[in-house]
Design a protein around this ligand. Structure first.
Ligand SMILES: [Zn+2]
Length: 341
């Protein structure tokens, strides 16, 4: 059962907005575009593995999480975590093409791409060991002792892997069901509900925003305006009820929402009327005020100084399904009623 479903990483969403708004002639454009491709490939692989795990009948009684960050002694961002009656499985998912060498001394992951380009990465085993240690410490603080299993997973056959020495398992996608099966077969009667509730109650989110600060970019380098999804240009015009692209005649009622999300991810988490007019290219301040009030349901009357909080645009339910009502029905909803076995 998936308790924390797949969602693209915040950095992927922010990079998509950034690459869309940055002119290709900008000196940082190629590296940011490459970073976005890597992030999208990583997200795709994580989503694929989650989907495969969901299909395994052995996991029907287990709890599966995507992207887990907990308050621990070491920084943590676990790709996939599975709580089973035999213990916890932590999966580090890699989607790297080409040839990779897991080097021993010092531990490094060296990738040679199909074009011969050589690149060094953090050895995934170092990350995984750190996550296992952090998880052990986190659970011991909640008086839980449980085995923790870790594996590095390359879901696709687009990579040739060379390894020096031995260490934590490195699995190809096809090997994952057997690995999971072997762990689950050890059934130690561990209280999976307790562990799952603790994890759910402590989940954290990491926010790299605003990305202009993160990548040290001038806000002036961004293209302004409202994006037309149909012809991929900025410059939709605000009409009375809708947004209109004069280039392709496409109309959209809520095209401004993505522009405000872009502002949040790239520039800042609040926006004034003046800033909104400049970023969305709207002339009339009254139209802008109405738009902001209706979109953000803010009722501040500080006039020119009103700062509208944009963070509400990103409220996403934690549970699959997923109205708060559905979440309330979930036996694992710790915010409403902690479950005790
Ligand atoms: Zn258009």
């Amino acid at each position: 059962m998936i308790v924390k479903a797949f969602a693209p990483s915040q950095l992927t969403l922010g990079l998509q907005a950034l690459v869309r708004r940055l002119l290709p002639s900008h000196p940082q454009f190629p590296s940011l575009q490459q970073e976005l491709k890597n992030k999208e490939a990583g997200d795709f692989a994580e989503q694929y593995v989650l989907h495969e795990l969901e299909k395994l009948p052995q996991l029907s009684d287990c709890y599966i999480f995507h992207n887990v960050i907990l308050p621990t002694i070491f920084p943590m961002q676990i790709d996939i975590l599975v709580v089973t009656a035999s213990g916890i499985i932590i999966l580090e998912i890699k989607n790297i093409r080409g040839t990779v060498h897991f080097k021993e001394d010092p531990r490094q992951l060296i990738r040679t791409s199909d074009t011969g380009q050589v690149q060094a990465f953090t050895h995934p085993e170092i990350q995984l060991e750190q996550y296992i240690q952090a998880m052990q410490h986190f659970l011991s603080e909640h008086n839980i002792v449980t085995p923790i299993y870790g594996a590095i997973v390359f879901p696709f056959n687009n990579v040739e892997i060379h390894r020096e020495g031995r260490g934590l398992p490195i699995l190809m996608g096809r090997e994952l069901p057997m690995f999971v099966h072997k762990v689950i077969a050890k059934n130690r009667g561990i209280a999976t509900n307790d562990i799952t509730n603790i994890i759910l109650s402590q989940l954290q989110h990491r926010k790299p925003f605003p990305l202009c600060r993160y990548y040290q970019l001038e806000v002036s380098a961004l293209q302004k305006g409202v994006y037309c999804e149909n012809c991929h240009h900025f410059g939709m015009e605000k009409m009375k009820r809708t947004w209109l692209c004069r280039r392709c005649q496409h109309q959209c009622m809520d095209a401004h929402v993505q522009a405000l999300k872009d502002y949040y991810m790239l520039v800042g988490d609040t926006i004034t009327n003046r800033e909104c007019r400049a970023f969305l290219k709207i002339e009339c301040k009254h139209v802008t005020k109405r738009l902001l009030k209706n979109t953000l349901r803010t009722n501040s009357n500080a006039g020119k100084l009103t700062k509208y909080n944009l963070s509400g645009l990103f409220e996403t339910p934690l549970y699959r399904g997923q109205s708060p009502q559905n979440a309330r029905k979930s036996p694992l909803n710790v915010t409403e009623s902690p479950l005790n076995e």
